[in-house]
Design a protein around this ligand. Sequence first.
Ligand code: ZN
Length: 261
Amino acid sequence: MNLFRVRGIQLAVHFSFILWLVFRAQDGWQEGGWPGMLWGTGTLLAFFTCVVLHEFGHSFTAMHYGIGVRRILLMPIGGMAEMDDIPRQPSRELLITLAGPAVNFVIALLLWGGLRLSNAATENAAEYSLVGFLDELRFWNLLMGVFNLLPAFPMDGGRILRALLAVKMPYLGATFWAATIGKIVAGLCALAALVVPPLVFHQTPAYLLVALFLFIIFAGEMELRAVRRRELDDAHWRAVLARVYAQDVPPPLEEPPVLKR
Ligand code: ZN
């Protein structure tokens, strides 16, 4: 479902997102009537606004390097910026990737500073209060930034790892190792989600976390395969071009006449 465009980027939400909004509204209503319902939908919308800002961080940095961004898709598990290309220069991929979590840390810092300056009592904020809302948002942004930096490819942390590895080894090899380490990290996190009490994960149900980490393992494998396929295609075309050049283009025997004086 398309929403609106920002600097040419189409913002779209997945249908299941609406279901989640309805669920939050109903849950909030049962818990605390109108204020509860407002709180339930308001926190979800604010949270996903921050997800969009995170994706804008990636997108605007990519656009700075001349990479087109067609769409930002919001799904219940998070956002995704669809870029025309992922730059092979490690330094560029590094900056594009870092820009996302950096946005969350800046938001968290601003909220923390604002709450501190206004001497708001965040410790015992009243239920459904503005202070409680802002403090919750500060917490979620901090968590979003840290969580995305987990070295679980293709999450941001995994991309950073790939960019760092790509300085020392070929791109495909760097992707393979980043994906392999990512699968191990995601597997360990899934195990931890089952063992550690849900309170640590801010009461997110364990099965949701396990599903999320399994999805990360799957997405990492898919992206590794895509890179491998592209690498094979590139090698094929390089070989074809090399043959064409070898056959059709004679080596220059003398300087072109125009250059002679
Ligand atoms: Zn990101």
